[in-house]
Write a protein that binds this ligand. Structure first.
Ligand SMILES: Cc1cc2nc3c(=O)[nH]c(=O)nc-3n(C[C@H](O)[C@H](O)[C@H](O)COP(=O)(O)OP(=O)(O)OC[C@H]3O[C@@H](n4cnc5c(N)ncnc54)[C@H](O)[C@@H]3O)c2cc1C
Length: 376
C-alpha cells in the first residue's frame, strides 16, 4: 500500500518536497496551507546556490524560462562610499547544468506549484492537534476535519505555529537584532555598481545587497541594518540614521516602495516527540540572511527527507536530525562571521577587513573550504 505524507506549508520547502514525492509512485501526499492562495505577484528576489539548483533540476527547473532567471558570475564587494574592494568568482562553483541563480521568489513558487497536480495543495488549513495511533499520525484541523498519515512533514516557516501545537510547548524564534529592508529597482538606478553582478555594499552596522532577478534588468535590493530592539521600523528614518548618513548619494537606491521587517532566527533545532514527524526549511532552522542560504537549505532539507522516506529507512528521524544539525551549524557559523564582517564600524578594522578580504577571495583553498562545503 502507498504511504501517505502530509506536508504543512506551501513555501519553498513544502512545495519542493511535494514535487519530489509526486515523481515517486510509492507515495501519496497532500500539502496543507493556512493561507487562501499562493502569492504569485510578489516581486522580491531570492538567490539560489548550486546545492539548491541541482535538486530543483531533478524536477525540471533547468527547463524553466531562462528570461525569468539570472546567472551572476561574480559577487562584487564595495565599501559604503561605493569604492570597489574586490570580487569573488561565483562561476567556480557552477557545473554545466547547475549555476548560481537569482530570480523572483514568486517565479520559483509558481514553478513549484504548477508542477503539482491541481488538488495537491489544500488551502485554509491549520492543525489543531496531532495524535499517534499505532504507527500512524492522526491530524486534526481547526475546521473539524482530520487526516491519518504515515509521515507528517512540517514546513510552515520561521514562526512554525504547528511545531508549538505538536510539541505542546512555546517555541519562539529569536529577534536577530537586525531589520531587513527590501525594494526593487532598475539597472539604470545603480550606475555606481556593475548591474551584471551581485553587489555587496558594506557600511557601519548595515549592508546592502543588489542583484538582477531576470534578463530584463530588474534588480532586487535587500538591506540589513542592525537595530537593538524590535518594533517601530520607521524605515526612512532608519536609513537616514545609518546608510544615508554615511553616503547620501545612495538615496537613489531607495526611491521606490520599501518593505521592512524584523529578522528572526531560530533557537536550537528540535527533534519531534513523535518518530514520524519531521521539520524542514525555516521550521527546522531559520538562518541569519548573511549567507543567502535559507531557500537552498529549505530545498536541501526537503530532499533529505525524500531520500530517507523513499529508502524506507527505519531511523529516519535520527539520521535526518544528525545530518541537518551538522549542515545547520556549518552555515550558522559562517553566517555569523559574515554578519560581523559586513557591518564593521571601526575605521581601522575596516581597513584590516578589506586587506584580508582582497586576499581571501583569491585564495582557492580558503574559498573551497568556506563556500565550497556549503555549495557542494
Ligand atoms: C531579508 C531576507 C532575505 C533572504 N534572502 C534569501 C536569499 O537570497 N536566498 C535564500 O536562499 N534565502 C533567503 N532568505 C531566506 C528564505 O526566504 C527562507 O529561508 C525560505 O523562504 C524558507 O522557506 P520555507 O518553505 O521553509 O518557509 P516559508 O517560505 O516561510 O513558507 C512557509 C509556508 O507555510 C505556511 N504556513 C505558515 N503557518 C502555517 C500553518 N500554521 N499551517 C499551514 N501553513 C502555514 C505559510 O503561509 C507559507 O506558505 C531570506 C530571508 C530574509 C529574511
Amino acid at each position: 500500500m502507498k504511504k501517505k505524507v502530509a506536508i504543512i506549508g506551501s513555501g519553498i520547502a513544502g512545495l519542493t518536497l511535494g514535487n519530489l514525492l509526486q515523481n515517486n509512485s510509492n507515495f501519496e501526499f497532500v500539502i496543507y496551507e493556512k493561507n487562501e492562495t499562493l502569492n504569485f505577484d510578489e516581486g522580491f528576489g531570492v538567490q539560489l546556490s548550486v546545492n539548491g539548483i541541482s535538486i530543483l533540476n531533478q524536477i525540471g527547473f533547468d527547463q524553466q524560462d531562462k528570461n525569468e532567471k539570472y546567472f551572476p558570475s561574480k559577487l562584487d564587494f564595495y565599501s559604503i562610499n561605493c569604492n570597489k574592494i574586490c570580487d569573488l568568482n561565483l562561476d567556480s562553483f557552477n557545473s554545466e547544468n547547475a549555476k548560481y541563480t537569482t530570480l523572483k521568489r514568486s517565479i520559483l513558487i509558481k514553478f513549484l506549484k504548477d508542477k503539482l497536480l491541481s488538488n495537491s495543495v489544500i488551502f485554509r488549513k491549520k492543525i489543531n492537534k496531532v495524535e499517534k495511533i499505532n504507527e500512524k499520525i492522526n491530524i486534526y484541523f481547526s475546521d473539524g476535519l482530520n487526516d491519518e498519515v504515515d509521515y507528517l512533514v512540517v514546513a510552515d516557516g520561521v514562526f512554525s505555529n504547528t511545531k508549538q501545537v505538536i510539541e505542546k510547548k512555546k517555541i519562539k524564534p529569536v529577534y536577530s537584532g537586525a531589520v531587513a529592508i527590501r525594494t526593487q529597482i532598475k539597472k539604470q538606478d545603480i550606475l555606481n555598481f556593475n548591474s551584471k553582478n551581485i553587489s555587496l555594499i558594506m557600511g557601519s552596522d548595515a549592508h546592502i545587497v543588489l542583484y538582477p532577478i531576470n534578463q530584463r534588468g530588474e534588480i532586487n535590493l535587500v538591506c540589513i541594518i542592525r537595530k537593538k530592539s524590535e518594533g517601530d521600523n520607521f524605515t526612512r528614518k532608519l536609513l537616514e540614521s545609518t546608510i544615508l548618513k554615511e553616503n547620501k548619494n545612495l538615496i537613489n537606491l531607495f526611491k521606490g516602495d520599501l518593505k521592512s521587517w524584523s529578522v528572526y532566527t531560530s533557537g536550537k533545532p528540535i527533534k519531534s516527540i513523535y518518530e514520524n514527524i519531521l521539520y524542514i526549511g525555516d521550521a527546522f532552522y531559520t538562518f541569519p540572511p548573511t549567507m543567502a542560504q535559507g531557500a537552498s537549505q529549505a530545498i536541501e532539507s526537503a530532499n533529505e527527507i525524500f531520500k530517507l522516506i523513499n529508502n524506507n529507512d527505519k531511523s529516519i528521524q535520527n539520521k535526518y536530525f544528525e545530518n541537518r544539525v551538522k549542515r545547520t551549524n556549518l552555515i550558522y557559523k559562517r553566517s555569523k562571521i559574515n554578519y560581523f564582517g559586513f557591518h564593521i564600524a571601526n575605521p581601522l578594522l575596516t581597513i584590516l577587513r578589506n586587506f584580508f578580504l582582497k586576499r581571501l577571495v583569491k585564495n582557492k583553498n580558503f574559498i573551497k573550504s568556506y563556500l565550497g562545503k556549503i555549495y557542494k
